[in-house]
Design a protein around this ligand. Structure first.
Ligand SMILES: Cc1cc2nc3c(=O)[nH]c(=O)nc-3n(C[C@H](O)[C@H](O)[C@H](O)COP(=O)(O)OP(=O)(O)OC[C@H]3O[C@@H](n4cnc5c(N)ncnc54)[C@H](O)[C@@H]3O)c2cc1C
Length: 285
């Protein structure tokens, strides 16, 4: 199938991109890496009249650690996150990015595009939920933050308005006693994962879990948080038994027994790895 004829413009700055989106309304569509959008155009799953290329806006690229949340620019490539090694506690970021698609997809695809696409198996969604992160959305009328729980509305549908650009992803980094991990079920070459799971464990001074985040993709049409697993972890010690018990709560989130047992294993593996990292950092703190 051929795509509908579409006009193209390359934005030279964020304000220029926002002006164009505001002028053309829903007929315009941001283009970042094109790794999802181009196939959608081919299948006429999307048929915009104008593509606004924001993929090479350097002002939207990069990872900025600081005193506040970690900031990841929307046009940061998966490949750049895959080699980011600044914070042991945030190991889930390179872990997750390194497993996305193949070298070409990682070199072209962006973090912002991965979130805005809301694909059923878009890995970044699980990480955003697990980290209780948020995204910054900008339009000509201003800027707003959208919390992870409010971002994913349905398959291929986020709470971004057509005139908004996702400019940044903000990930809170709560304490030194903090571990994260990402695990995926991915047996096919260069394809999206069947299921993946991103987790975060935040320990209190006694080494018990103060807060946990568990985000999964591949269960529903969009990323979901596993609230029951998070609740089971709160206050628990980080023993393999406690982690196994909490992970078992994931089973009911899946449609059938097989998917439930796969999910339980993914969650258990990710939690085990995150808790090991949190305890390693606790020993250093
Ligand atoms: C073979 C293959 C394997 C893949 N494997 C994986 C995988 O394992 N895990 C995974 O998570 N993904 C996978 N993907 C998807 C890939 O990660 C894409 O890069 C990602 O989904 C979209 O990012 P993009 O920058 O290419 O966005 P685009 O394709 O350019 O855009 C996707 C959507 O997001 C919108 N958009 C893009 N940027 C913005 C922005 N800044 N603000 C507002 N809207 C925006 C576009 O308008 C469009 O609707 C795979 C893709 C392919 C082709």
């Amino acid at each position: 199938m051929y795509p509908r004829a579409v006009a193209y413009t390359r934005a030279r700055s964020v304000p220029e991109a926002l002006e164009t989106l505001a002028t053309y309304g829903p007929d315009a569509c941001p283009l970042a890496g094109g790794m999802s959008l181009v196939p959608w155009l081919k299948y006429r799953q999307r048929s915009p009249g104008l593509l606004v290329d924001v993929g090479r806006l350097a002002e939207l690229a990069g990872i900025e650690p600081g005193d506040g949340p970690l900031r990841i620019g929307a046009t940061t490539r998966h490949a750049d996150v895959a080699v980011w090694r600044d914070a042991v506690a945030l190991a889930l970021l390179p872990e997750l990015a390194a497993g996305i698609g193949d070298v070409q997809v990682r070199g072209m695809g962006t973090v912002g595009g991965g979130l805005a696409a809301v694909e059923p198996t878009g890995d970044w969604g699980g990480a955003l939920l697990a980290m209780r992160g948020s995204v910054v959305a900008r339009s000509v009328s201003g800027e707003r933050r959208i919390a992870s729980d409010d971002f994913f509305l349905d398959t291929y549908r986020s709470s971004l308005r057509p005139d908004e650009l996702l400019t940044e992803v903000l990930l809170p980094v709560p304490s030194e006693r903090f571990g994260t991990a990402a695990v995926k079920l991915d047996k096919r070459a260069a394809a999206a994962p069947l299921m993946s799971c991103a987790v975060r464990i935040d320990l209190d001074a006694t080494g018990s879990v103060r807060e946990a985040g568990v985000g999964c993709v591949g269960l529903a049409g969009y990323p979901v948080r596993l609230g029951e697993v998070e609740a089971a972890l709160r206050g628990a010690s980080c023993t393999p038994e406690a982690i196994g018990d909490a992970a078992a709560c994931a089973r009911d989130a899946a449609d059938d027994a097989f998917a439930g047992s796969v999910l339980t294993k993914l969650v258990r593996d990710a939690l085990g790895r995150a808790s090991e990292r949190a305890q390693r950092l606790e020993a250093v703190a």
